[in-house]
Design a protein around this ligand. Structure first.
Ligand code: CDP
Length: 310
């Protein structure tokens, strides 16, 4: 399929257009389907056991346990005196979570006025430490319960926390007392920045709790979607979170998932709600992921909000 893209570089665009047209045909009509929700929760529990496995905990990763990096071949970390104390005891979430909102960073959120809608959820998940400043509140809301942080953000935005940690701690305050979910054991260079982020928060008695993503969970979720026609080198952060939410929540609504450059009104849409920096091309397969999410929307398993909120 990849070769096909290279030979016909124009191929992707019409396909995206077809997807957009299909969404337009379907509209945002949504009817909850409890059977669909139950089936998916069961499938995800069987493959990936999100309740027990989504984070590295003292329970699932005792001293001496070998954690295999999910983004590298043959690299592992053996839990030791230095890392074990940093893990939470067990799953810290009050389960089951009721209404969950998973907020992607798509430009479709801009002018969506979905902020209130998002803030009404019982548990709100966001990706990659997104901006929640005043200008965006109306569109994306203010509350957060879990936010992912890629180690590369620590490196790029906060000088790897090797200098002042104050700016980082200050910037994290916008996420209140949520969980910061970091893939500390996915890529080898990501471990140190993740541990530094842990200490920056712990040393300043921050209200935030660090959770390290369990690489085994990330790997099994990757396999789950690979079997469902998502052929990316790595799943996007948003799809990991949707999978987590489908496993843990009674009802899931997703916002900000729209990897297309035109909106439903045929107007241009930026890649993010806060900028238009495009992702590294073949790393993720967001349109492929979107198709799967849209299937779940149509079957009533997951509610995708792709237009303006009422
Ligand atoms: O780091 P990554 O590229 O995965 O994520 P991001 O650009 O910070 O956006 C967070 C998530 O929102 C992505 O992982 C996607 O799942 C989703 N997204 C989308 O569906 N459409 C967009 N235009 C941008 C992001």
């Amino acid at each position: 399929v990849l070769c096909w893209f290279y030979i016909f570089p124009g191929y992707r665009l019409p396909r995206d257009k077809e997807i957009v047209e299909e969404v337009l045909r379907q509209g945002e009509v949504w009817q909850k389907n409890q059977t669909g929700i139950d089936v998916y929760r069961k499938l995800l529990t069987e493959c990936c056991d999100p309740r027990r496995m989504f984070a590295v905990t003292k329970e699932n990763s005792p001293m001496g346990k070998v954690l295999w990096y999910d983004g590298e071949f043959y690299h592992s970390h053996t839990v030791n005196n230095e890392t074990y104390p940093l893990f939470v005891k067990g799953n810290p979430l009050q389960l089951p979570l009721k209404k969950c909102a998973v907020v992607g960073n798509g430009g479709i959120l801009r002018h969506s006025k979905c902020g209130q809608d998002i803030d009404q959820a019982d548990f709100i998940m966001r990706c990659n430490l997104p901006p929640l400043s005043k200008e965006y509140v109306e569109d994306v809301g203010t509350r957060t319960h879990l936010v992912t942080a890629n180690p590369s953000i620590i490196e790029k935005r906060f000088q790897n926390l090797l200098w002042s940690r104050k700016a980082f701690v200050e910037r994290m305050k916008v996420y209140g007392s949520s969980y910061i979910y970091m893939p500390a054991f996915s890529m080898k260079p990501g471990t140190d920045p993740s541990l530094r982020a842990y200490y920056a928060l712990a040393d300043t008695s921050s209200n935030l709790t660090m959770l390290f993503a369990n690489p085994e969970f990330l790997r099994t979720v990757g396999k789950f979607w690979k079997a469902r026609a998502v052929h990316a080198k790595r799943l996007s952060t948003g799809l990991f979170l949707v999978s987590l939410a489908l496993g843990l929540c009674e009802e899931v609504t997703a916002y900000g998932f729209w990897p297309f450059s035109v909106g439903l009104d045929e107007q241009p849409v930026s890649h993010h709600y806060y900028d238009n920096i495009l992702p590294y091309k073949w790393f993720h397969a967001m349109p492929e992921e979107f198709v799967q999410l849209w299937h779940l929307h149509k079957s009533g398993t997951l509610h995708m909000r792709v237009g303006r909120c009422p």
